[in-house]
Design a protein around this ligand. Structure first.
Ligand code: NAD
Length: 290
């Protein structure tokens, strides 16, 4: 029988960890605060910011919003971003992406304080993902995939994993997180000549390519675990993942749907990582030490 990996349940479990951390934080008189930073008015970014703001609000966490016009100069933006970054009262920063082409992300990331980087985009946090150091902030989407597998007690040690998609935000960091758990990992990209050959012997397939119906029945071995990270709009205007869910679901042991799967976990982890970030900044409150 196939188990559907329910992202909302996993997100609720992360929410409980956030509540515990908030209670402990409050005892020490600490109130975390997040800053949302957005350049331009892309509707996807606005929607993501609004839903994240609602989620932080549900936990009673203070948020401030910094909006810049799409044509803000790089210099003006960096000057203001530096101030937000240095503001002692701000514990975490979420920079909405994509940013306009003239905003050099490399320079923005160079400025961002790694301990406020709640979406794990700075080289320092990426490096710590590789070395496995604990005082790190992970990219939330890959971290959400691991959280989901852990919640359902799906082991990675000794498993063959294929990740489809090799971006800096999902595929690459996820491959490292999985290697750190003892998995043997293959990472595919758009140039992979024979995707079926890579996926069909895999115990776990994670798809993060952004291509509708990329993973079909012939890609999947009997009993495989599938996590669908893709978020796409199909020809009928519906939100779908990368996986032909109906075509493969009876062949899998576990599968995550879209919507209601991996994406639901990402935002709850953003809140949890704000708690971690606050802890890293407010020594000696070691309430999240592991
Ligand atoms: P991206 O465009 O930066 O990277 C896509 C990757 O997939 C690239 O490495 C590309 O080479 C690979 N790819 C594309 N077509 C392929 C094919 N036919 N075969 C094999 N590999 C292929 O995208 P991204 O930002 O990593 O996002 C990927 C998907 O994940 C998108 O659908 C995006 O919306 C979704 N996403 C979801 C979340 C979440 O919270 N669930 C977060 C980020 C991104």
């Amino acid at each position: 029988m196939t188990t559907i990996l329910d992202g909302k349940k996993v997100a609720a479990a992360v929410g409980e960890k956030v509540k515990t951390a908030l209670e402990l934080s409050e005892k020490h008189g600490i109130k975390p605060k997040i800053a949302f930073v957005r350049i331009g008015d892309l509707s996807d970014s606005i929607a993501y910011e609004n839903s994240a703001k609602r989620l932080f609000g549900k936990f009673g966490i203070e948020a401030e919003q910094h909006h810049f016009p799409a044509d803000v100069s790089l210099r003006q933006f960096l000057n203001r971003f530096r101030e937000i970054n240095q503001d002692y009262s701000v514990n975490g920063i979420l920079l909405l992406q994509p940013v306009p082409d003239h905003i050099d992300m490399k320079r923005v990331i160079e400025i961002m304080n790694p301990v406020k980087d709640i979406d794990g985009i700075t080289p320092m946090n990426m490096g710590k993902v590789i070395t496995g150091e604990k005082d790190r902030l992970e990219p939330c989407t890959p971290a959400g995939v691991i959280e989901m597998l852990d919640y359902y007690d799906i082991p990675l040690e000794g498993k063959k994993v294929t990740i489809v998609g090799a971006s800096n935000v999902v595929g690459k960091p996820l491959s490292i997180l999985m290697m750190n758990r003892g998995a043997t990992v293959t990472v595919c990209n758009v140039h992979t000549p024979d995707l079926v050959a890579e996926t069909k012997n895999s115990d776990v397939i994670v798809s993060a390519a952004g291509v509708v119906n990329l993973i079909r029945e012939e890609h999947v071995k009997e009993g495989a675990v599938i996590v669908d990270v893709g978020i796409n709009v199909n020809d009928d205007g519906k939100i779908v993942g990368d996986v032909d869910f109906e075509g493969v679901k009876d062949k899998c042991s576990f599968i995550s749907p879209v919507p209601g799967g991996a994406g639901s976990v990402t935002s709850s982890l953003l809140v949890y990582q704000l708690m971690l970030a606050t802890d890293f900044q407010k020594e000696p409150v070691l309430f999240l030490e592991s």
